[in-house]
Design a protein around this ligand. Structure first.
Ligand SMILES: NC(=O)c1ccc[n+]([C@@H]2O[C@H](COP(=O)([O-])OP(=O)(O)OC[C@H]3O[C@@H](n4cnc5c(N)ncnc54)[C@H](O)[C@@H]3O)[C@@H](O)[C@H]2O)c1
Length: 251
């Protein structure tokens, strides 16, 4: 029996590195996956590749930094499927800089994408999950939200807020059997990481050396953890912040 047979899962930022791996993993395990991203072409590509491999998916373009788009997304999915079992709040952006280097736009857009989207999406989905008798929400925080790396104050602070948001939501809705957990990845090889590596003048091999495990992580490894947290196997996990870092301490 596949773990997600008959389940409906929404994954945000699903056109990107970690989000596409999560979407593929859910689909391989039987879910119908709503692959959503601001980059509609990337979302369509992921959904089509899932369908070509025999899975079930649909793509929806949505800018989750906008509250209205979040509410419309949830209602659109619910009216089509009649249920939403899993929401993965994975979309995120990383604007590098210390306090004096950041613009107002860097700060506010980071919070709109990384944190406020979760407020809007969870507020729209939780009533449906309550009516259905439960659900699972997995948020993508970051190890840097727990232990900040230098020069990323907007990103790190938004991810610290994601961790707090996760624990608050878990405490408030655990009685309704809505499990809310977060993953806190270290360095994972994705387009976001590639962009950061280019900016810093370092290479992937440089990053590999900083990880006691000997290499940075793969999107599929985060996807496996997200799938576990969203599955019934994690039935008693609620309010957990799970680090996945290859034992790397933040430099
Ligand atoms: N890669 C890492 O090392 C790492 C480490 C820790 C945490 N994370 C987190 O993992 C998540 C996924 O990151 P990734 O590395 O796969 O990055 P990525 O850049 O490959 O993917 C992010 C996706 O989010 C989408 N997105 C951005 N703004 C959006 C918006 N307003 N509305 C909808 N979609 C939007 C992008 O189009 C992109 O497809 C992020 O939350 C990131 O902060 C990544």
């Amino acid at each position: 029996m596949k773990r997600f047979e008959g389940r409906i899962a929404i994954v945000t930022g699903a056109g990107g590195g970690i989000g596409s791996a999560i979407s593929r993993r859910f689909a391989e395990e039987g879910a119908f996956v709503v692959v959503t991203d601001a980059n509609g072409a990337a979302a369509s590509e992921v959904a089509e590749s899932i369908e070509r491999s025999g899975g079930s998916a649909t793509a929806i373009a949505a800018d989750i930094s906008k509250g209205d788009d979040c509410a419309i997304l949830i209602e659109q999915v619910h009216s089509r499927t009649g249920r939403i079992d899993i929401l993965v709040n994975n979309a995120g952006i990383n604007r590098r800089g210390n306090l004096l280097a950041l613009t107002d736009d860097d700060w506010y857009t980071t919070f709109a994408v990384n944190l406020h989207s979760m407020f809007h999406l969870c507020r729209a989905v939780i009533p449906h999950m309550m009516k259905a008798g439960g659900g699972a929400i997995v948020n993508t925080a970051s190890q840097w939200g727990l232990h900040p790396a230098p020069n990323h104050i907007a990103y790190n602070t938004s991810k610290a807020a994601v961790a707090a948001f996760t624990q608050n939501l878990a405490r408030d809705y655990a009685p309704q059997k809505i499990r809310v957990n977060a993953v806190c990845p270290g360095e994972i090889h994705t387009p976001m990481l590639e962009a950061g590596v280019k900016r810093s003048g370092r290479t992937i091999a440089d990053l590999d050396k900083l990880v006691p495990f000997g290499r940075i992580g793969k999107p599929e490894e985060v996807a496996a953890l997200v799938a576990f947290l969203a599955s019934d196997e994690a039935a008693f996990m609620c309010g957990s912040l799970v680090e996945i870092t290859g034992a790397q301490a933040v430099a």
